[in-house]
Ligand binder design. Structure first.
Ligand SMILES: *Cc1c(COP(=O)(O)O)cnc(C)c1O
Length: 359
């Protein structure tokens, strides 16, 4: 606290990202990173950019990331003017709050969801109302059919991993023409249906994606929004009032290369999905209740053991999972899907902790 702080800084509750441990060989299942490296083509593209670095780094990068947006548009069968690129999807979401979600009526999002949403709402002074998930952590789109200044949720939802059918999303978007519906598809590539195919028909739909999870590039900070050119123009107006160059040269080259190696992408996604099903079975065998997931994470609780204590005991073994001290979910653990070897270490550690458990 300082008298130099602005009023808004006093009122903020900053988002707390998952721990990036400093131990040598953590089993890191707490921030939903991909356990596999990015495509070798990504590294080649970065090297090529570095080879030309003496010349290229002297200059500002392309402020519109045109080549990257063309590549991603072609990949999805849409046009570059339907694509916005930003510094991670977190930044894309932040710009979206200011550009499209700040209105007289409240923004709606689920009570259990990505905890950055209320943080952005407070930072940008966006009025919001949370809509409870049902007891099985499912979103019921009928609950959102009420006057609003915008609707926002991830599909699959975070931190539950639970997907929503595309037909439900289309029904919601179609019945909500007066405000923007934002679908945050950070995890969509692990088994849910993308809404990108709907953007031509619905000018009020914005789809947000990232290379951080399914394309193994969390360290590059690249995210996208897909939607009607008028929505993209709003994001550009805010971007160019804040930071004209959100993506550096290496990030633009790396992300484009990731979309040019579809075989690598499909291969790693398939491995993660197979490991998810294997880990879910292992957790259920240990007595966990596991929410059905279409993401690279599992949301699980155990009747017999306190979740915060389990997270702490695992951490002592240098195994990192995420626990949220929040209403409705403080007895759950969010576990990122690692390699099969990492998942086996986790399951073995849980067995040991259960054997030695003192509540
Ligand atoms: C990880 C995540 C993001 C942020 O992704 P970045 O592109 O790394 O900023 C956004 N939304 C949800 C739901 C996420 O889980």
């Amino acid at each position: 606290m300082s008298r130099y702080w602005s009023d808004i800084v006093h009122r903020l509750t900053p988002y707390v990202p998952g721990e990036q441990p400093v131990v040598a060989h953590p089993v890191k299942l707490n921030t939903n990173e991909n356990p596999y490296p990015p495509s070798p083509r990504v590294l080649a593209a970065i090297r090529q950019e570095l080879g030309e670095a003496a010349e290229s780094l002297r200059r500002y990068p392309d402020p519109t990331a045109h080549k990257l947006r063309e590549t991603v548009a072609t990949y999805h069968g849409i046009r570059a003017d339907q694509v916005f690129a930003g510094n991670g999807s977190d930044e894309v979401l932040a710009l979206t709050f200011q550009a499209l979600l700040k209105h007289d009526k409240p923004l709606l999002f689920p009570d259990v969801t990505y905890s950055f949403y209320p943080t952005y709402a407070r930072l940008f002074e966006v009025d919001y109302r949370t809509i409870p998930l049902d007891e099985s952590f499912a979103i019921n789109v009928d609950d959102y059919m009420t006057p609003n200044g915008g609707i926002l949720f991830p599909n699959p939802n975070a931190p539950t991993g639970r997907p929503l059918p595309l037909a439900d999303i289309e029904r919601l978007v179609a019945s909500n023409p007066d405000s923007v519906v934002v679908i945050d598809e950070a995890y969509v590539d692990f088994g849910a249906q993308s809404a990108i195919g709907l953007i031509d028909r619905y000018p009020n739909l914005l789809v947000v994606q990232t290379v951080s999870k399914s394309r193994s590039l969390a360290g590059m900070r690249v995210g996208f929004a897909f939607g009607d050119p008028e929505l993209i123009a709003a994001l550009n107006r805010v971007k160019d009032s804040f930071n004209s160059y959100p993506l550096d040269r290496l990030a633009q080259a790396a992300a484009a290369a990731a979309y040019e190696d579809d075989a690598w992408f499909r291969g790693t996604c398939a491995k993660v999905v197979a490991s998810r099903e294997r880990l879910a079975a292992g957790l259920r065998a240990l007595g966990f209740e596991v929410v059905p997931s279409a993401a690279n994470l599992l949301f699980a609780r155990h009747e017999g053991y306190d979740a915060a204590t389990l997270a702490l005991r695992l951490r002592e073994k240098e195994i990192f999972v995420r626990h949220f001290k929040a209403p409705r979910i403080d007895q759950h653990l969010r576990i990122s899907v690692g390699t099969d070897a990492e998942c086996d270490i986790l399951l073995g550690a849980l067995r040991d902790i259960f054997d030695a458990y003192v509540g």
